[in-house]
Design a binder for this molecule. Sequence first.
Ligand code: PMP
Length: 307
Amino acid sequence: MNWIEGKKIWFNGEFVDWKDAKINVLSHVVHYGSSIFEGLRCYSTPQGPAVFRLQDHTRRMFDSAKIYRMEIPYTQDEFNEAIVSTVGINKFDSCYIRPIVFRGFAQLGVNPLNCPVDCVVAAWTWGSYVSEEALEKGADVCTSSWNRMRPNTLPALAKAGGNYLNSQLIKMEALANGYEEGIALDHAGLISEGSGENLFLVRDGVLYTTPRSASILGGITRDSIMVLAKDMGIEVVEENIPREMLYIADEVFFSGTAAEITPIRSVDRIQVGAGKRGPITEKLQKAFFDIANGKVEDRHSWLTHVK
Ligand code: PMP
């Protein structure tokens, strides 16, 4: 994974040097995972850098904060502005952007309400998340022995730091067993999502994805794919999917800001379809990248250009 860090980080309203963006080791977030965050991509377009679905990411971050009773001391517009300025000040043409809001340092009880809410936006360049090769050839993945969080334990719709302990277990187990990624099932044994990606499958030309009730994060790439598929006249079905559908699907792919649209060529060493990126996956990938890279009209107003 190619990574080049930015020079400046937006920290509580001011830009500081990357190396100076530090927190106290006794901050609440370090001990109790009390953060909520976002991951966005800024793509290079003929009109300059453009952030993909900025307002939707910021809205989801404010939703995550609301679930955890965190008061963000900025408006969504101010946060949008901070995100765009972070790309601008670092002079990136394309990059990955990480806004994060966390409980800082005051006192170390479990109760977070007395701790300050600190806000950060950082950016860096990040290539393909699974692997460059996988974007074309497809990834080899497994179903995880770890389930996603049961409803009413850790809320999956909040993009909260603590949820990523579950993601880490899924990812580490997959890597240890020689796979690139794991697909987790939900509490009922039905498909949920990957450690950091939503999941789609295609069978007989219909596109299926798992519902919000399957302990998924409501992905913004997932939403974009559903919109693009409908634009193309592809039927989209959001429903509970049993594990074995992974083996008999014609095509399976992951979606996510980092993973973008990553085809899956095998699950549990069982070949999916023809064992390579399928035609619908390829069509959706092209439609997605054409909009993100400003090659076609931005008909859904998904791009925010960085001046
Ligand atoms: N699920 C999880 C657990 C994730 O971390 C992500 C990445 N944010 C996704 C799904 C995909 O969401 P998005 O398309 O908004 O990046």
